[in-house]
Design a protein around this ligand. Structure first.
Ligand SMILES: C[S@@+](CC[C@H](N)C(=O)[O-])C[C@H]1O[C@@H](n2cnc3c(N)ncnc32)[C@H](O)[C@@H]1O
Length: 272
């Protein structure tokens, strides 16, 4: 069965998705919505987008709603994506934390875990005695599907093919037998990362300790300006004075009403 979406149905989905996760679908996303959701409608044997809307709209905590969000959002990520951030972390931030040896980081749109594990590898490799440091990374995402993948720590080995060999050997185990072709992050990295579902649209976040650093990369691009402004000001409150915010390379805080100081491209600091 071929599905079409009426303007009214598209508006309903657009409002629901915006309200629940801040993603604003522009008019030209109509075709994308149809192509991504049709398969789901077919699987559920539904005869229209209206029927699917009626199914998900009352149940935004359900697995089906998570599935809808997975289909409309992009989870694309990589190990050491936008590597300058990790150079900055190693060279500029870690040395300033030497006296406390305590680092608290939030990867706030972690997707399938490549970003928080890259942070963990960078922290671990930046100091001569990582076992004497207290490193904690909170990794969160709205999608429970990607979080399940992240907490398993298992990936196809081609995901690390472009990384230096010594990094791969230090931090990953190679699968054998039935797991050949797969790699798994080693326990010392996993121990540094905790996973939790957090919706960035929530008014408050379940975080008690002030943070040294927040990563919020490649998700704000899907939010409109008022949503971005609100989020950035929430992040400000959860950082320590002097704490940092890293955003994606195609994102900017320039036109937002906020208090961060720009330190380097896509790197911002809360006033000390
Ligand atoms: C493109 S990925 C970015 C991954 C990683 N930060 C990076 O730069 O490689 C965007 C992630 O944002 C998540 N996301 C979208 N809306 C969200 C929301 N309202 N709250 C939390 N996560 C959200 C998606 O599920 C997706 O995994």
């Amino acid at each position: 069965m071929d599905y079409t979406i009426s303007s009214k149905e598209f508006e309903q989905f657009r409002a629901l998705i915006y309200q629940e996760c801040g993603i604003s679908l522009s008019d030209n996303k109509k075709t994308l919505l149809v192509s991504r959701l049709s398969k789901r409608l077919r699987t559920l044997e539904l005869d229209s987008f209206q029927a699917y809307y009626d199914l998900v709209s009352g149940q935004t905590e359900s697995d089906e709603f998570t599935l809808l969000l997975d289909l409309v959002s992009t989870n694309k990520t990589d190990f050491f994506r936008e590597p300058k951030h990790f150079d900055f972390l190693r060279e500029e931030i870690i040395p300033t934390l030497q006296s406390s040896r305590r680092v608290r980081i939030w990867s706030s749109a972690s997707s399938s875990g490549e970003e928080p594990y890259t942070i963990a590898m960078t922290l671990y490799d930046s100091v001569p005695d990582p076992e004497r440091w207290d490193f904690k990374i909170l990794a969160s995402d709205i999608s429970t599907r990607v979080l399940a993948r992240a907490s398993s720590g298992v990936y196809e080995d081609e995901r690390v093919r472009s990384l230096p060999k010594d990094i791969v050997e230090r931090h990953f185990l190679k699968g054998k037998g039935a797991s050949a072709g797969m790699i798994k992050v080693k326990p010392h990295l996993k121990a540094m990362v905790r996973y939790q579902r957090i919706n960035l649209m929530d008014d408050t976040f379940p975080i008690k300790t002030p943070l040294d650093l927040i990563f919020c990369r490649n998700v704000m691009i899907y939010f409109d300006r008022p949503t971005q402004t609100k989020l950035i000001n929430k992040f400000y409150r959860y950082l320590k004075p002097g704490g940092y915010l890293f955003i994606g390379h195609s994102e900017s805080l320039q036109r937002l009403d906020q208090q961060f100081k720009a330190i380097a491209p896509t790197i911002y600091q809360k006033e000390a």
